[in-house]
Write a new protein. Structure first.
Length: 406
């Protein structure tokens, strides 16, 4: 008869829950990113619409009455709200238990530990000032985004690069972001949560909010045996063993210190009045709070998961009124022709694009023929108003902008 397995210790269960959730989020977001790049029957929204930091970047414009900035969707703002509410209850649980970029660093950290046999810590005189870098990044990004109305960090954002790994733009438009991603992953081989500790503006923002959190990691000095295991377990190097309440904005509420603590009741996720959540409860409740808020927004129809297609818009509004904003870099010229009821030879006459090449995406026709999405949008709008405009249209003369590639 096979021996019965001993039940998992609650602390190990909490780790299993945390890693399972992080792995699931990374898998889902990676799949959505690949589907977004490769297209198909259903096209999920892009990385910008699935990142809470985008919600923060657009807040200045939104509050100033300017609406959402380009590439940002309402879903980014809703994710920001969910992350902030979660931070007000469970500190930076978004970082420790949900963020796929955080988990990616942990995966590379595990790989580094196997390869190098140990983890490294930055010398204190370097580590301390470097931690402030992320606040500087946060301030600069928010200021310049507010001034320019553009996502200024996007070209350097490692998460944007990760979501373009299957895109041909990885080594062109996203080359700098890819270089940052490589640097982050190499750094993570040596240092735990390398990007989170030193450069992530979202982590910096949530750290400021988390000071007001209801639950914090609290240590009972009577029960503590001063073993220091919590300090060694902390991936962001917070000194838990000397605090009664962990108030550091660096704490990502991963619960690793609680899982490592051998003394019953010494360390826990507690309110100031002493109400304690078990390690598994803390993991489940914090992620559930975030998930429920997102699901409620989805149920209310506020959260868009897929990009409405040109075909859907034509079906709903007709060729005379479909939404030209849906003409993107990934849209083919033949799809535009079908949607707008424009004969293919019109595009040959105006832009010189042979019919044999009109199945290509606009981003691939931009350089040889000047068919950027913005240009084609402007042409379609003008053509719908007066088809004779095709006889006098000068490509690129009326409209050009930095268009969204996808
Ligand atoms: S600090 Fe940034 S990258 Fe790290 S877990 Fe938090 S949001 Fe994600
Ligand atoms: S791991 Fe627990 S017992 Fe050890 S120092 Fe930290 S709080 Fe105290």
């Amino acid at each position: 008869m096979a021996a019965e397995k001993a039940p998992l210790h609650p602390r190990r269960s909490a780790r299993t829950v945390r890693w399972s959730i992080l792995a699931a989020v990374l898998a889902v977001i990676t799949t959505l990113g690949i589907l977004h790049q490769t297209g198909g029957l259903v096209k999920p929204v892009g990385v910008d619409a699935l990142c809470p930091f985008g919600g923060l970047e657009t807040l200045g414009s939104l509050l100033g009455g300017g609406g959402l900035i380009r590439r940002i969707a309402l879903s980014s703002v809703l994710l920001l709200v969910a992350a902030v509410v979660t931070a007000l209850v469970f500190r930076r649980a978004f970082c420790g238990r949900i963020c796929p970029l955080g988990y990616l660093q942990e995966l590379f950290g595990g790989l580094g530990k196997r390869m190098l046999g140990r983890r490294f810590t930055m010398p204190t005189n370097l580590d301390r000032p470097a931690r402030y870098l992320k606040y500087l990044v946060l301030a600069l990004v928010l200021y310049f985004t507010w001034r320019t109305g553009e996502l200024v960090i996007r070209s350097y954002d490692p998460w944007v690069a990760y979501n373009h790994l299957t895109s041909p733009e990885l080594f062109t438009e996203n080359a700098a972001a890819f270089a940052v991603l490589v640097a982050v992953l190499i750094g993570s081989l040596f240092f735990d949560r390398f990007y989170c500790k030193y450069a992530c503006p979202m982590g910096a923002f949530l750290g400021l909010i988390s000071r007001f959190s209801v639950f914090k990691i609290r240590r009972d000095e009577e029960a503590c045996i001063d073993c220091g295991l919590c300090d060694r377990a902390c991936p962001v190097n917070v000194h838990v063993s000397t605090a009664t309440t962990v108030t550091s904005p660096e704490c990502i509420d991963c619960g690793e210190c609680v899982a490592a603590c051998p003394a019953q009741g010494a360390l826990g996720t507690r309110t100031s009045s002493g109400h304690t959540l078990g390690p598994v409860q803390a993991a489940v409740f914090s992620v559930s709070l975030f998930a429920v808020l997102v699901l409620l927004a989805s149920a209310a129809g506020l959260f868009e998961w897929t990009v409405p297609t040109l075909t859907q818009s034509v079906r709903e509004s007709g060729t005379a009124a479909f939404d030209t904003a849906l003409i993107k870099g990934s849209t083919s010229l033949s799809d535009v022709a079908d949607a707008a009821g424009i004969a293919p030879d019109v595009f040959t006459r105006v832009y010189g694009v042979p019919e044999s090449e009109q199945d290509k995406a606009l981003k691939d026709l931009k350089d040889p023929y000047g068919c950027s999405p913005g240009e084609i949008r402007a042409f379609v709008v003008a053509y719908r108003a007066d088809p004779t405009v095709a006889e006098t249209w000068v490509p690129g003369a009326l409209h050009e902008d930095g268009e969204e590639a996808h």
